[in-house]
Ligand binder design. Structure first.
Ligand code: NAP
Length: 338
């Protein structure tokens, strides 16, 4: 059991809540950053643990935003920066996505260097989209990942669709973190975590009422009708419980320091999602469409430049079927109680 104190930004998030649950159960003290006291109070009630407290920072992108809260907590030795806009629909890509992601990351790191020189480890949540070169769309065996970067620029993202802008926000936020470490030589060691699509149950059943972007994407399978066409969509996926663990191992494991940690357990497509639901929830067999095909490469592990990450993290990833079943079961339970 650890008695160290971890500060986590974006504590209300889908992934962050799982990270906090796991940290608390390992004995860490946790301080979560939120944007309002109402959100902090809800979290405190949910976690119901004397080792959890929260601090309010309303605007990530304001210079020095984290100075006050970090100065107040000299006991913090680990910082997990998960807060970032997660949306594919924003009004203004630069204002609503790129600036909070990139400047938010720069601010966190500058505040740490300025007022929290005791910080030992920092983990920044990036995304596999920051490493995507798009070559894998043509060649599913292509290995991108730990050493590759999305070839789209900040300028291009200002006017791109919001989905692209999200990916670019993750790229430049992560690059800003690595540049900071190179230029500023702070006392802490950095790791970044690059998750695939994150799916799986909410940390608390109440979260089902307000699913984040990716959990809602998986849950949208339940809205399909018998004659609907199943969306031809898919990608790399990881269970939320595994990616939460990856954030913890990213600072606990010495060999994870200084690394980009690509985190995904499976390749999936939406046909598989529907198949898994029909196979495991008998009441839905006749309401959902029948999957027409599932390309082979989605069924197996194809390395996505994650060989070093797997060595550093050593996670035995949860199978996609379990992720889907656990998430859908939680939603159906919640709906049955309503
Ligand atoms: P989420 O549930 O939507 O959480 C996002 C968190 O960031 C929330 O705490 C939110 O606070 C905060 N946030 C959003 N916009 C903000 C802004 N402009 N200023 C300050 N805080 C802001 O999403 P999540 O899936 O847990 O994502 C957490 C991290 O993982 C993000 O960095 C995301 O890019 C990354 N990631 C997610 C996935 C995925 O599939 N879900 C995959 C790869 C990477 P409020 O509650 O106050 O809005």
């Amino acid at each position: 059991m650890s008695s160290q104190t971890v500060f986590i930004s974006g504590a209300t998030g889908y992934i962050a809540q799982h990270i906090i649950v796991q940290l608390l159960s390992s004995g860490y003290n946790v301080i979560g950053q939120v944007r309002s006291s109402a959100k902090g109070d809800t979290l405190s009630k949910d976690f119901n643990n004397k080792n959890f407290s929260y601090e309010i920072v309303k605007v990530l992108e304001e210079e020095g935003a984290f100075d006050e809260v970090l100065a107040k907590h000299p006991e913090v030795s680990i910082f997990l920066h998960t807060a970032s806009p997660v949306s594919f629909h924003v009004e203004d890509n630069e204002r609503d996505m790129l600036i909070p992601a990139v400047n938010g990351t720069k601010n966190v790191l500058a505040s740490i260097k300025r007022v929290a020189p005791q910080m030992k480890r920092v983990v920044v949540t990036s995304s596999v989209v920051a490493a995507s070169t798009f070559a894998e769309l043509e060649d599913p065996t292509y290995v991108g990942g730990e050493n590759t970067w999305l070839p789209i620029t900040y300028e291009e993202a200002k006017t791109s669709d919001s989905q692209i802008a999200y990916a670019v926000s993750k790229k430049y936020a992560e690059l800003a973190a690595w540049d900071f470490v190179k230029q500023e030589q702070p006392n802490f060691e950095l790791s970044t975590v690059l998750p695939g699509y994150v799916f799986g149950p909410q940390a608390f059943e109440s979260g089902v009422a307000n699913l984040n972007l990716t959990a809602a994407y998986l849950a949208s399978a339940l809205q399909l009708k018998k004659d609907d066409k199943i969306p031809a969509a898919g990608g790399l996926s990881v269970d939320v419980r595994d990616i939460a663990l990856a954030h913890i191992l990213a600072f606990e494991n010495k060999e994870a320091a200084g690394k980009r940690l690509v985190g995904y357990g499976n390749r999936f497509n939406f046909q598989q999602v529907v198949d898994i639901i029909r196979r495991n929830f008998k009441d839905l067999v006749n309401t959902l469409p029948v999957a027409e095909f599932a390309p082979d490469f989605f069924d197996s592990y194809v390395p996505y430049g994650d060989v070093e990450s797997r060595k550093a993290l050593g996670i035995d990833y949860i199978k996609f079927e379990k992720t889907v079943v656990d998430q859908i079961a939680q939603i159906l339970d919640y709906q049955n109680k309503a």
